[in-house]
Design a protein around this ligand. Structure first.
Ligand code: HEM
Length: 157
């Protein structure tokens, strides 16, 4: 098996783990947490579960980025970023950039403190906002994944 096939498999595995985890958090964890009758307990319930997934998501985002750029470098695909018809390549990188920023920069520097301060005041409203933000990110991620599969297999030319 060649190194390209391995990189592609790792790329897809990382995406499956990361977007799959995001789906579970968005469609299962957040709705059940937000149905809990005591609003003030919801943030801690969410954080307990999110805390286990966040480091895993970081690893998958890192792996998807490394293998993705490896494939671009290996096949010299840089020109694709200059072609409008290759918008699905921009889509993948855009989703990756958003998550890299949120997980590695915004979360530790800003979001963690913002979440603690806001949930202390309005826990229910903050958790509903968190659920909406996750739903938007999931929709964008699924669209980028579908576009990448169609694009990589020649269906978008
Ligand atoms: C730095 C970020 C990324 C780069 C540079 C990158 C690059 C690439 C490249 C070069 C390919 C192969 C394209 C081809 O065969 O023509 C690919 C495939 C793919 N990528 Fe990405 N990617 C990145 C992030 C992502 C993300 C965030 C997702 C999901 C949202 C994603 C999903 C996919 C999928 C599903 C495929 C198709 C695999 C297949 O069916 O063969 N990628 N990516």
């Amino acid at each position: 098996m060649d190194i390209d096939a391995i990189a592609r498999a790792l790329h897809v595995l990382a995406v499956v783990h990361w977007i799959g985890g995001l789906s579970f958090v968005t469609l299962v964890v957040l709705p059940s947490v937000n149905r809990h009758p005591i609003e003030s307990e919801r943030p801690a319930m969410f954080e307990a579960m999110e805390r286990s997934f966040a480091p895993q998501a970081k690893l998958s985002v890192l792996t998807a980025g490394l293998t993705g750029f490896f494939l671009v470098w290996r096949h010299d695909l840089w020109d694709r970023f200059l072609e409008a018809g290759m918008w699905w390549m921009h889509g993948m990188v855009a989703i990756w950039a958003i998550f890299t920023f949120v997980l590695f920069v915004a979360e530790p520097l800003v979001l963690h403190r913002w979440f603690a301060a806001r949930t202390a005041r309005v826990p229910g409203a903050t958790m509903r906002l968190v659920a909406r933000a996750h739903a938007v990110l999931l929709a964008l991620s699924l669209a980028a994944t579908a576009a990448a599969v169609l694009g990589a297999h020649g269906a978008l030319y």
